[in-house]
Write a protein that binds this ligand. Structure first.
Ligand code: NVA
Length: 309
């Protein structure tokens, strides 16, 4: 199967559920037996990184090892995607040797072009437009905490013009969750993403507002991300000013459901997008969410490489 995973919408709801089921099964197996079956014995993943990474790199690398396979980490100095070598040439050569590719890039078009020329599945490990791998781990965490995803309300507060926000919005639309995004005027979600999400959801399931209190009303999940994503560093001062009223505070959490959970994909900046009392408080699930990157990434690679369960 040569399915790429560039957008969260590259998997349909049934396929997302299969990935989450496999992730859960591998998580249970690892915890019960102390090891996984070697589902990916002899398989190799190539990982191209144009940007820094903690969770994405270690979850794929450890995940491949635990499943009996191998991952190779390549920096821009090693490869020079699109500068030292054409993206199409990199894709053809890499996929003639490796079983699966993963790329973390600045421009979304780089990962779509890799996929267009690759004979092996390509995974988007974060681009300026989407971060679908993160969202699989988020869905796994939400399922563990809340059970069925359908009918839940997920509220994102902060930078709307953001890869994580976009993938969350699309996933919510596909899986029957309500999604609300509170962001300032100049940092709203990409219009095409909102249009696509609305076409996948019931009419009123996707809400955009500039008011954080309105967004979190009745929320089961309150989610935020850094105000300055990788690549946005030149806009730091403006962004911090614009986003200051969007900090997730204890008092904002009180406007959500009393049993609401707090999520953040990390790296997190305490005192900026989130108050320390929230991220380190009892409603926060951020460390379970981060650990679930490992389990979700194993489920994803296993699914894309057609592992029998
Ligand atoms: N929106 C963030 C996500 C980091 C995992 C960024 O792109 O930097």
């Amino acid at each position: 199967m040569d399915t790429h995973f560039i957008s969260i919408t590259d998997l349909n709801p049934l396929q997302i559920r299969s990935v989450l089921d496999l992730s859960e099964e591998l998580k249970r197996e690892l915890s019960a037996d102390g090891a996984n079956r070697e589902l990916l014995k002899g398989r190799t993943m190539l990982m191209f990184f144009e940007k820094p990474s903690l969770r994405t790199r270690i979850s794929f690398e450890i995940g491949m090892t635990q499943l009996g396979g191998h991952a190779i980490y390549l920096t821009p100095a090693d490869v020079g995607l699109g500068s030292r070598e054409r993206i199409s040439d990199v894709a053809r050569v890499s996929s003639s040797m490796a079983d699966i590719l993963m790329a973390r890039v600045f421009k979304h078009e780089v990962v779509t072009e890799l996929a267009a020329h690759s004979a092996a599945p390509v995974i988007n490990g974060l681009s300026d437009l989407e971060h679908p791998c993160q969202i699989l781990a988020d869905l796994l965490t939400i399922r563990e905490k809340k059970g069925d995803l359908s009918g839940l309300k997920l509220s994102f507060v902060g930078d709307g013009e953001n890869n994580v926000t976009h993938s969350l919005c699309l996933a919510s639309a596909m899986l029957g969750m309500r999604f609300a995004c509170a962001s300032p005027h100049n940092l709203t979600m990409n219009k095409e993403i909102v249009k696509k999400a609305r076409s996948l959801a019931c009419a009123d399931a996707i809400m955009e507002t500039h008011d954080p209190v309105e967004a979190v009303a009745d929320a089961d999940i309150v989610y935020t991300d850094t105000w300055v994503s990788m690549g946005d560093e030149k806009e730091r001062t403006t962004r911090e000013q614009l986003l200051r009223p969007y900090q997730v505070t204890k008092s904002l959490m009180k406007k959500a459901k009393p049993e609401a959970i707090f999520m953040h994909d990390m790296p997190a900046y305490r005192g900026l997008e989130v108050e320390v009392e929230v991220i380190d408080g009892i409603q926060s699930v951020v460390f379970e969410q981060a650990e679930n990157r490992l389990h979700a990434q194993k489920g994803l690679v296993g699914y894309l490489l057609g592992c029998k369960r």
